[in-house]
Design a protein around this ligand. Structure first.
Ligand code: V47
Length: 365
């Protein structure tokens, strides 16, 4: 294998990976620029197996999107709608509780709940959502509100982010999902999501959450107009933040879906780029415990292959995905745990059903 990797010009990176040394931004760029996917995958798999052996995680989760009404209206997003749009919706507390009630018979351990930046729902609405879910399913872990939403909720509450998080925690918030990070580079934010929380502020919210005992995830939306250098800057910013707080659980590369967005002239991502984003993330984010291959966005087959290219988690059953499907995803909106287990086993990995914080619920070997 060393010969193959040296032939790909990646021998110096192999030396670093073998020695457990941190890769530089230039190394990351070289990996992105290489088309030797087997060499890149081999390197990423070394790190993946060092950190997570042959384990591959999944979770029994349910997604709920309480409202798509959004004032940010990012150009890459087909989900967010202006309040006046005929496609705009807003769930009442009872609607959300009904969504939870409908699945009480299923062994769901996590509810993943996000929405847009709503112009006029009060802070109490968000607290009520958390309390309402807990009323019906007290044991469930609620992973809700991206760092972008948290910053908005702090404005609504008229309190610092730290105090706002304490109130949300008291109401039932368990952790924070990784959305809204997009690409941190100001150039990309100006061109695609100028009204959204700046990248630096997204990181500050995440670090504040970590300091107050809330874990978060992190994402990067790739495959639109970002450069490889901007991807690397994004990964380096996350790695630096993780060095400070250690509160990130997983990184999830999100493959851009162009349909029904203002960027619909762009193409879907390729399989090679999907695998590279998983692998380069695994190699650069040496302090992130987990890398997720999100089957909704890259398809269950590619997510399965990704388990040999750096990923150790396939996300979960999801139940009702809306954000990617509004943007033309051709995957199903849910997947059975039996299918996830089969895909993981066929990849030669050990399927582990996990809780949100990676506590082991069951080993399916
Ligand atoms: O915040 C929006 C992105 C995110 C598009 O934390 C798009 O475990 C692709 O963050 N094409 C929502 N992506 C999804 C998300 C997520 C998913 C699964 C697990 C976790 C986790 C987080 O999707 C948004 C935005 O960054 N997004 N539009 C689009 N057209």
């Amino acid at each position: 294998m060393r010969k193959l990797i040296e032939k790909a010009g990646l021998g110096a990176i192999l030396d670093k990976v073998e020695a457990g040394e941190r890769l530089s931004g230039a190394d990351g760029l070289q990996l992105y620029q290489s088309n030797d996917i087997l060499a890149i995958g081999y390197l990423a798999n070394m790190v993946r197996e060092r950190l997570n052996e042959d384990k591959a995680y999944f979770i029994y989760n349910q997604h709920i999107n309480y409202s798509n009404i959004c004032t940010n209206l990012c150009k890459f997003c087909a989900f967010g709608k202006d309040k006046s749009s005929e496609l705009a919706y807003e769930m009442t507390l009872e609607d959300v509780k009904d969504k939870v009630r409908q699945r009480l018979g299923e062994p769901i351990t996590e509810i993943h709940m996000v929405g847009g930046i709503h112009p006029d729902l009060p802070f109490s609405y968000y607290l009520d959502l958390l309390r309402g879910i807990k009323e019906i399913r007290p044991e469930v872990h609620i992973q809700a509100f991206t760092c972008v939403e948290i910053a908005h909720l702090a404005t609504l509450a008229d309190k610092p982010v730290a105090e706002t998080l304490e109130l949300l925690k008291e109401a039932g918030l368990g952790s924070i999902p990784g959305g809204g990070a997009e690409v941190f580079a100001p150039r990309i934010r100006e061109l695609t999501c100028e009204r959204k929380l700046p990248g630096q502020d997204w990181i500050e919210v995440a670090k504040t959450a970590h300091r107050h005992g809330l874990n978060t995830n992190a994402t990067m939306l790739y495959g639109h107009i970002e450069t490889l250098e901007e991807r690397i800057e994004h990964l380096e910013a996350l790695r630096e933040a993780q060095d400070e707080t250690g509160g990130f659980l997983a990184f999830i590369p999100l493959a851009f879906h162009p349909k029904n967005t203002e960027m619909s002239s762009l193409s879907r991502t390729s399989g090679i780029d999907d695998l590279k984003n998983i692998a380069v993330a695994r190699l650069m984010l040496d302090n992130f415990p987990h890398i997720k291959a999100y089957w909704v966005m890259i398809g269950p087959k590619m997510a399965q292959v990704a388990l040999s290219f750096g990923a150790d988690d396939m996300d979960g059953t999801v139940k009702e995905e809306v954000i990617t499907h509004m943007a033309g995803a051709d995957t199903d909106q849910a997947i059975g745990s039996d299918t996830l287990i089969r895909l993981i086993k066929e990849a030669g990995r050990m399927p582990i059903e996990r809780g949100t914080l990676y506590d082991v619920i069951a080993v399916h070997n």
